[in-house]
Design a protein around this ligand. Structure first.
Ligand SMILES: Cc1cc2nc3c(=O)[nH]c(=O)nc-3n(C[C@H](O)[C@H](O)[C@H](O)COP(=O)(O)O)c2cc1C
Length: 369
């Protein structure tokens, strides 16, 4: 970074049991953390105390994996609806940004604009929306019988959706919005005052041409899962180069690549922590990467096929056995930090040198530029 006033932004991608697909099998993992509000509250407060700018919740409206055998082996199959979760966390925190995913394919703009604006008021101006178009047929099957819409159709709907939401957040003077478009028809303004931060922050993570274009039009923050420096640089140049088309400046968007550090007091402790989730495991390719965000292609390992005798929780292999044992041994706080900035949002600006008061955690940090 060159400017003296610019600071890196840091966000935490909250996977309840950790970003590693097999983190829930770690002896210290809290297997049912996905439905434990106290666990999330502790994660959020820890991130806030460590001066993170935001916490982020991914989402897919359905189980993450169609194959029941595979789904039963990952703790990502259960979890709270994230906007509800963030509303609860809004009262457990006071400064950190609260970013939730929501789909333009399975919502209506009026309802979603109202929900996020409510979260913004509830939190004193800390809400952000990660706009996704949802690429999973598993989700599509829960919202009608027509199946997954083609990519171009999803983005066409998303563009109109985002424009309507922005209009609703901007507010209208005479009370009528009167939008009559291809996918949506919205008459009234929202029944809420304008946002405490101008408008909830807009986040996106699409990497396609349509995705980058929509981000260039509307996003404050863009997540990227680039795996190499060259790939990340090309993405950065491409996205920033699109902003002028929409009358925006390069600095109007912050780009947040991700990494997943394993944090411990010493390097050997970090290696020891990682080892049961990698070397002691055999990989099942079917679950080697997140089916949702594709952000973890490097996590090609799992513990799900680890021999039961290798498990420190005892020679038992069912997840319920692990749940009891690992809950007692404490939770592994496994988060995915990402650096982010939003122009008008209240995301925090400073980062502490240590990001955990509670010992070790696995994390996925990203850097904004
Ligand atoms: C860090 C990160 C988080 C993401 N979170 C979600 C999510 O919660 N839900 C979802 O459906 N997609 C998520 N995605 C996927 C993207 O939003 C996007 O849908 C995907 O890259 C496909 O879009 P594209 O065709 O424009 O590339 C995420 C991607 C990244 C890199």
């Amino acid at each position: 970074m060159t400017g003296t006033s610019r600071q890196m932004k840091l966000g935490a991608f909250l996977w309840a049991t950790g970003h590693h697909i097999a983190a829930w099998r770690h002896p210290q993992a809290h297997v049912t953390a996905g439905v434990d509000i106290d666990h999330y509250a502790q994660l959020a407060r820890t991130a806030e105390a460590a001066k993170f700018d935001m916490i982020f919740c991914e989402d897919a409206a359905g189980v993450r994996e169609a194959n029941v055998n595979i789904a039963s082996q990952t703790s990502r199959s259960i979890g709270f609806e994230p906007i509800s979760l963030l509303a609860a966390l809004a009262v457990q925190t006071s400064r950190i940004g609260l970013v939730s995913t929501a789909s333009t394919s399975y919502n209506e703009p009026y309802g979603l604009a109202r929900t996020f604006l409510s979260l913004d008021h509830l939190s004193g101006g800390r809400a952000g929306w990660n706009l996704v178009t949802s690429a999973s047929p598993i989700e599509a099957a829960n919202f009608g019988s027509t199946g997954l819409r083609p990519h171009a159709d999803r983005y066409e709907r998303a563009r109109e959706f985002a424009a309507v939401v922005a209009g609703l957040w901007r507010g209208v003077d005479n009370g009528d919005l009167n939008h009559d478009g291809q996918s949506f028809s919205v008459r009234d303004a929202l029944d809420l005052p304008r946002s405490p931060q101008g408008a909830p922050a807009m986040v996106q993570a699409g990497a396609s041409e349509d995705g980058k274009d929509l981000a260039a039009r509307t996003a404050d923050v863009v997540f990227t899962a680039a795996q190499t420096f060259e790939e990340a640089k090309a993405f950065y140049d491409d996205l920033k180069g699109r902003l002028a088309t929409y009358g925006r400046e390069p600095d109007d968007i912050k780009i947040m690549p991700g990494v997943a550090p394993v944090v411990a007091v010493t390097e050997s402790e970090a290696r020891e922590k990682l080892s049961p989730t990698t070397s002691a495991s055999r990989c099942s390719p079917a679950i080697s990467a997140s089916p949702i965000c594709g952000a973890t292609p490097s996590t090609g390992h799992c513990l799900t096929c680890r021999p039961a005798k290798a498990c420190r929780a005892g020679k038992r292999s069912s997840s319920s056995s692990h749940a009891g044992t690992t809950s007692r041994s404490g939770s592994l706080r496994a988060t995915s930090p990402a650096r982010a900035a939003t122009g008008g949002s209240s995301v925090r600006r400073r980062r502490s040198p240590t990001n955990s008061r509670h010992g070790s955690r696995a994390a996925r940090p990203t850097a904004s530029t």
